[in-house]
Every structure is written in structure tokens, then in C-alpha cells.
Design a protein around this ligand. Structure first.
Ligand code: ADP
Ligand code: MG
Length: 375
């Protein structure tokens, strides 16, 4: 077991890294964050901020020599970075699991090869791979294989001609073409798995997106108990087959009460932010625990919760009127300390908790309206 006050390393300095740093500090650990942005939310509060790129040899050497264990908040860390760190320091999640999750082709092939339900897809390496109109994949979504997030790097296409145009728009990058499913709703499961293979999963959460970006998470998910349970079983299966260690997010589509795995995030997940306020152990403490070889904490949900993301859009008239949120006694506001608000940028979130799920949802939607989230 790695115990406090050891130094833990974090690759990536965004809000997920910031919450990890907060959890680690609460537990008595020291932290080093590697992120090239001098204003990164996690870098600003870490004991040490290495302001360098993810392949900077000197920064990686400093991290390896000062940290006892290293993890990530960002799936696009080069696999070579994780591999080189792993030669001299404990690194979780394993580089091989991150490599699968960071590449949509390997992610889909992983799901297919292990028999997990997923949307029909085709791998697109060049124009010649664009499926014919009769393939059954149209209407579909062309997604770049690497570096897509929050709906970026995606194009909705209804014919091979549109797919070709979209592929050109992505400059011929490797892509997958995925059939557009008629979603009833989306759910996710965030879980933690330790090196001995023990798994503790948070409850299944229902997620609503706007413009490809998570807007609201409702926990527990409404809908059928079968869907909630099936999602739990599938997420556990995915974690096991990945040989995963750490906190993992698994996203699902629900169509006619059938589940399809959408994608995996090899890190804490935005849809698990409610765990900060509504669970005995939150997803970031679990990440610390799994990394350090501590027993996983109790993931029990003690209150129904609704989380609302706060994007840069609500800064359009200047600083939002935070007082309208603070007036709500069972609302927990979290701001990430990002110096610049841009449309679509995740700046913070709030979670409403309470005893009654319907009342919590109503209060969250009202607060969302008051702080002027549109739609
Ligand atoms: P990201 O990495 O941006 O989260 P996703 O693949 O999860 O990318 O897509 C973002 C959102 O777009 C999904 O949560 C879902 O709402 C919608 N979407 C993606 N793929 C499909 C699909 N095959 N059918 C229907 N909706 C989809
Ligand atoms: Mg997604």
C-alpha cells in the first residue's frame, strides 16, 4: 500500500485532475501535475506543477523520480508516455487499457471481439472503405478515431457522398462510421477496479446531452431496473476484459430497453461528478485508492442526485449570478477555476441532492433555468 504523505503524479491538469488532487490532499498525499498549460485547474493547486508537454523527457524523469505512483485524467496521453513511466514507477490505469480507450477503432474492435453489444460500425482508413448506401450504416455518424471529445470530430452523414465529404473535412484522418441509433436515452456506469480485481461500481446514471456535450446526469437512472442492472453487469465485464485498474466510465445507449456500449473513458467521468456530493466515497477518492492499493471505498449513493454542467456559454453577459444558486440550500456548486470562459467549455457544475428524486430533479431544472442555461 502506498500511504500518505507519498507524492502521487497526475498526467493532465483539467477539472478531473483537479478533483483528484483535492481528494489526494484530503487523504494526506502530495501531488505533482504534468500539464503544458500554466493556468491548468489542477496544476494551480498541486504541490508541484510540471508545466511541460506529455512527452517532455525531463518532466517525465522528474515525475518518475519524485512520485511513487502516476495516473491520468486524460485519455489522450501518449501510450509511450505511460509505458516509459511504467518502467520506473507504478502507473495505473495500464497503458494497454488506455491505448484501447483512446482510439475509436481499437475501442470498437475490443467491444466486438469480446461480444459486448455496440452500434454497427465500419473502420474507415481511406476513401475506399466508405460503405455503400446498402450497408445499413446510413444515416450514420462519422467519428475521428483519435482526439474526439464533447461531440467534436463527429459528422452526421446520410449517404456515402456525405461521408466522403466529411472524411475530407477531417483531412482523411482514420475514422469509424457508426450507424445512428434511435436512442431512447443514455446511461453510464462509473466504477473502480483495484489491482486484485475487486470492483466497486457507482449506481447507473441517466445522461442527457446537448450539442454532443453532457448537460445533465440523473442518479439513479430512471427507466427500468433491468436496464440499470444490465448496465452494471456490462460495465464490470468491460473493466475485467480491459484488465483495468483505476476509475473507469462506461457510456451506453438505450434503445427499446436494449443496451449498446458507446465508449469507455479510462479515468473519472463527468457523469460521475454527482459522487462528490451524493456518495460515501467519490470517484476521485476511488481513483486514489485504486492507484495506491488501498481497499476501495463504499460507493453507496446516500441521496438521489442531479448534476448540471455549467458551460462557458452562461458567461455571455459577464459573470453569472452565483447568488441564485447559493440560495438553494441543497445545491452544491463546483467551479473549476478556469480563467477564460468560452462557449462549450466546461467551467463548472452543480449537484442538487435531497430525499425525493422527483423534487431533486425539479429543483435542479429550476436552478438550471435561473442561471440561464439555455435549451
Ligand atoms: P464523445 O467522445 O464526444 O463523448 P460520443 O461518441 O460519446 O463522443 O458521442 C457524443 C454523443 O453523441 C453521444 O453521447 C450521443 O448523444 C450522440 N451519439 C454518438 N454516437 C451515436 C450513435 N451511433 N447514435 C445516436 N447518437 C449518437
Ligand atoms: Mg461520449
Amino acid at each position: 500500500m502506498i500511504l500518505p504523505p507519498s507524492m502521487l503524479g497526475m498526467l493532465g491538469g483539467g477539472q478531473l485532475g483537479r478533483f483528484f488532487v483535492i481528494a489526494a490532499h484530503e487523504m494526506g498525499y502530495k501531488t505533482t501535475v504534468l500539464d503544458p498549460d500554466k493556468n491548468s485547474p489542477a496544476g494551480k493547486i498541486a504541490d508541484v506543477h510540471l508545466c511541460a508537454t506529455y512527452d517532455d523527457a525531463a518532466a517525465l524523469e522528474q515525475m518518475a523520480s519524485t512520485c511513487v505512483a502516476v495516473t491520468t485524467e486524460f485519455e489522450n496521453v501518449p501510450a509511450s508516455t505511460l509505458e516509459s513511466l511504467a518502467q520506473s514507477v507504478l502507473v495505473y490505469p495500464p497503458a494497454a487499457a488506455v491505448a484501447i480507450c483512446q482510439h475509436r477503432v481499437s475501442e470498437k474492435n475490443f467491444l466486438r471481439d469480446h461480444g459486448f453489444p455496440h452500434a454497427p460500425y465500419a473502420e474507415i482508413n481511406s476513401e475506399a472503405d466508405i460503405p455503400a448506401a446498402a450497408s445499413g450504416l446510413y444515416p450514420g455518424i462519422l467519428k475521428v478515431a483519435r482526439f474526439g471529445y464533447d461531440g467534436k470530430g463527429q459528422a452526421r452523414v446520410s449517404s456515402p457522398e456525405e461521408a466522403l465529404a466529411a472524411l475530407h473535412g477531417f483531412k482523411g484522418e482514420q475514422c469509424v462510421l457508426e450507424q445512428m441509433l434511435a436512442l431512447d436515452y443514455e446511461v453510464s456506469v462509473v466504477l473502480a477496479r483495484d489491482a486484485a480485481g475487486n470492483i466497486k461500481a457507482f449506481p447507473t446514471t441517466e445522461n442527457a446531452h446537448r450539442n454532443g456535450i453532457l448537460d445533465i446526469s440523473i442518479c439513479p437512472a430512471r427507466g427500468s431496473a433491468e436496464v440499470r442492472e444490465q448496465a452494471q453487469a456490462l460495465a464490470r465485464g468491460v473493466a475485467e476484459k480491459l484488465g483495468y485498474v483505476g476509475t473507469l466510465g462506461v457510456e451506453f445507449f438505450v434503445c427499446n430497453d436494449s443496451l449498446y456500449v458507446n465508449e469507455m473513458a479510462p479515468r473519472p467521468h463527468n457523469s460521475g461528478h454527482y459522487t462528490l456530493d451524493a456518495c460515501v466515497t467519490n470517484q476521485f477518492e476511488q481513483q486514489v485508492r485504486a492507484l495506491c492499493g488501498l481497499p476501495l471505498g463504499d460507493p453507496r449513493l446516500h441521496s438521489p442526485a442531479v448534476m448540471v454542467n455549467l458551460l462557458g456559454d452562461i458567461w455571455r453577459g459577464g459573470e453569472p449570478e452565483w447568488n441564485v444558486l447559493f440560495e438553494q440550500a441543497n445545491l452544491k456548486l463546483h467551479l473549476y477555476g478556469k480563467p477564460q470562459a468560452r462557449p462549450g467549455r466546461k467551467m463548472g457544475h452543480f449537484t442538487v441532492i435531497g430525499e425525493d428524486a422527483d423534487a431533486v430533479l425539479k429543483a435542479a431544472m429550476l436552478a438550471r433555468e435561473k442561471i440561464r442555461v439555455e435549451g
